[in-house]
Design a protein around this ligand. Structure first.
Ligand SMILES: CCCCCCCC/C=C\CCCCCCCC(=O)N[C@@H](COP(=O)(O)O)[C@H](O)/C=C/CCCCCCCCCCCCC
Length: 294
């Protein structure tokens, strides 16, 4: 092979990943505007009476006690309040459990509370995950603007939202015109897909050992659940962020669990709560042919 071609290939191998890393760093640290979570958003701004953005809408105890799982009592012992931490797995569980009503509907307020708690987890991981966290906040804020906007009654549950948006022709099945605010159905679909990633990732985390790489687990779950829905650029940025994931024990620390058995219980309990919400949502989207909304 001619020397110049080899030189070019070597340069390409070094400079291409380097450029990608720099672009990602640039996007995560410079270009992203700070987006804040808002309970109530009108015309893109938080409402004056934006209260309690971090509170779960029901007492944690009441929600943690729900669920009907025969093994639940055993696992609840491990799900305790964690002093001095922003992220509380107890709140996460309460929100994702309580969002399912006894009739099997999904309450959007609690569903979004669950997502807000996940953002705290990502924030605890540092700035490399900033762009993922910002993207999640953007999606939550769109949903909040519908939930607290003119037609708030229609955005009480997932089911009422779908019914309203389909009747009102708000949902775009072909392509999203750049000047239109994405529908609630489209926005929630993005979160719904990411919930599958989370379920897979937490399951892998629960069933692995300290020798396994969290980056690999994360990347595998991403490949299975999300990658096909993302552009090439997002996939590259995500795969670089995954490399920065700390070891399993550091993640356990954020969840506030130490022992292996304790960690497994907490993670599997969370997986169960997520699966329940995921399956209901998946059924609703399937029934209306909305799994591929552009
Ligand atoms: C016991 C609890 C532990 C919890 C640990 C996990 C916490 C993180 C939870 C979820 C994070 C994922 C949120 C991703 C939302 C993505 C929404 C989305 O897909 N948006 C794309 C499409 O939007 P449109 O363009 O169609 O409007 C957008 O293009 C993507 C943007 C970048 C997102 C990259 C996603 C990467 C997913 C994997 C997250 C890894 C976080 C690692 C934290 C452990």
């Amino acid at each position: 092979m001619p020397c110049s071609t080899m030189g070019f290939q070597r340069l390409y191998k070094v400079f291409f990943p380097l450029t990608l890393v720099l672009v990602v760093l640039y996007i995560t640290s410079v270009r992203l505007p700070e987006v804040h979570l808002s309970e109530c958003v009108e015309d893109g701004k938080p409402c004056a009476e934006d209260l309690a953005e971090n509170e779960v809408s029901l007492t944690e105890e009441k929600a943690v006690a729900r669920g009907g799982d025969p093994h639940q009592a055993e696992s609840e012992v491990y799900i305790k309040h964690c002093d001095g931490k922003d992220f509380q797995v107890r709140r996460l569980l309460a929100a994702f459990r309580h969002c399912v009503t006894p009739e099997g509907q999904v309450l959007l307020k609690d569903y979004l509370e669950g997502w807000k708690e996940l953002i705290k987890f990502m924030d605890a991981l540092g700035t490399v995950f900033g762009f993922i966290s910002q993207e999640t906040i953007t999606k939550i804020n769109i949903m909040q603007s519908y939930r607290t906007g003119k037609h708030s009654d229609e955005y009480h549950t997932l089911e009422s939202m779908v019914k309203y948006e389909l009747q009102d022709n708000v949902v775009n099945f072909k392509e999203l015109p750049s000047n239109r605010t994405p529908s609630g159905c489209r926005t929630l679909l993005r979160l719904h897909r990411a919930l599958k990633w989370l379920e897979l990732f937490l399951y892998k985390l629960a069933t692995s050992t300290d020798q396994d790489s969290t980056s690999d687990m994360c990347a595998d779950a991403y490949e299975e659940a999300l990658a096909r829905h993302h552009s090439w650029f997002i996939r590259q940025a995500a795969s670089i962020a995954f490399l920065a994931l700390p070891p399993r024990r550091t993640l356990f620390d954020i969840v506030c669990v130490q022992e292996e058995q304790e960690a497994q219980m907490v993670l599997m309990t969370t997986v169960k709560a997520l699966v329940r919400v995921y399956n209901i949502t998946q059924e609703v989207y399937t029934a209306h042919g909305m799994l591929d909304l552009p």
